[in-house]
Design a protein around this ligand. Structure first.
Ligand code: UFG
Length: 327
């Protein structure tokens, strides 16, 4: 297939591009490089453009004869979304509306959308199945929830075929060491902990150790980015006109912050000094996927299930790229 990947220069998007190319698809990346990296895109495949530019998007899709879109382009910092919600509603919600209009104008009716566990807010059931009520607790999660609703309505009204893949915590770097995780600023637990191992930060602050969890620190379901990429590629074969698939992507295993820090200590061989700080507002105590529907429907299961092996792939990349893609 000919696939346009918005946000294909970003963390999950770039890994998906690699998986799609490996599966034999013709892939074009559409990215404004505001947070992504040119070095993460295969040579000659990058189209620099804005999601807000409907005419440009439609022209790109028409001239490249695009069959399907994978939509990763989004702002994805929970904290920033609380401080600057306007950025998130404009970029994520309005940006997606423009993309959908451009797709209609170019006669493209298939999309795989990057959704998130943040659409559930604080789930009552853990592991969480897809029919858990979605009650997002921050603007970021709300933007993704609204987009899922927009996709439902487009499917109903215009016959759009879509998959909304709700990732739990994307983690790790490509197993062959070619692609990594490079955010500025970095806020995610694993890369921050590896920066401590590299001597770039003095210590890690654990956001609360008085949560109602086994060791008092928050529990997350870390799913390898190559596995996320494989699920996106698999979803393409399951798109049907007028229908939407909504699937969790996770390992079904939860790891506490302390367990992740310990896995980083083991992988790096470095001491990781820790201090306990206050809880981070908006953090749910436990997020673990029930990903049985993705297994049943897509035939997808994660290849990386051990947190140690996920962290090892991240360490390999961060050690080789201590200043991210610019090193
Ligand atoms: N954490 C720390 N110290 C840090 C950084 C993180 O203790 O310096 C903790 C967090 O409190 C959380 C866990 O480590 O319990 C993981 O935090 P991340 O910031 O790595 O990831 P989040 O779970 O907050 O966020 C991820 C995605 C978001 C998505 C969210 C859904 O990055 O895009 O899951 O809850 F919205």
């Amino acid at each position: 297939m000919k696939i346009l990947v918005t946000g294909g220069a970003g963390y999950v998007g770039s890994h998906a591009v690699k998986a799609l190319v490996a599966a034999g698809h013709e892939v074009w990346v559409y990215d404004n490089l505001s947070r992504g990296h040119q070095a993460a895109v295969p040579p000659g495949r990058l189209i620099v453009g804005e999601l807000a530019d409907r005419n440009h998007l439609a022209a790109v899709m028409r001239t490249r004869k695009i069959d399907a879109v994978m939509h990763f382009a989004a702002l994805a910092y929970v904290g920033e979304s609380v401080e600057k919600p306007e950025l998130y509603y404009r970029n994520n919600v309005v940006g997606t509306l423009v993309l959908l209009e451009a797709m209609r104008a170019a006669d493209v009716s298939q999309i795989v959308f990057s959704s998130t566990t943040a659409t559930y807010g604080v789930p009552q059931r853990v592991p969480t199945p897809e029919d858990e009520p979605q009650r997002p607790v921050n603007p970021y999660g709300f933007t993704k929830f609204v987009i899922e609703r927009v996709l439902d309505d487009y499917a109903q009204a215009h016959g759009l075929a879509f998959a909304a893949l709700r990732y739990f915590n994307a983690a790790g770097c490509s197993a062959d060491g070619t692609l990594g995780e490079d955010h500025d600023p970095e806020t995610h637990l694993i890369p921050i902990t590896l920066q401590v191992a590299l001597g770039q930060r003095p210590q890690i602050t654990i956001f609360g150790d008085d949560w109602p969890t086994p060791d008092g620190t928050c529990v997350r379901d870390y799913v390898h980015v190559d596995d996320l990429a494989a699920a996106h590629a698999a979803a393409l074969a399951h798109l049907r006109p007028g229908r939407g698939l909504k699937l969790n992507l996770g390992t079904g295993r939860g790891h506490s912050v302390r367990e992740v820090v310990e896995a980083c200590r083991k992988a790096t061989g470095h001491v990781i000094p820790c201090q306990v700080g206050p809880r981070r507002p908006g953090d749910p105590p436990m997020l673990v996927a029930d990903a049985s529907a993705a297994k049943r429907i897509l035939g997808w299961s994660p290849r990386f299930v051990m947190i140690e092996s996920i962290v090892e792939t991240a360490w390999r990349w961060h050690k080789a790229h201590p200043r991210g893609y610019s090193s």
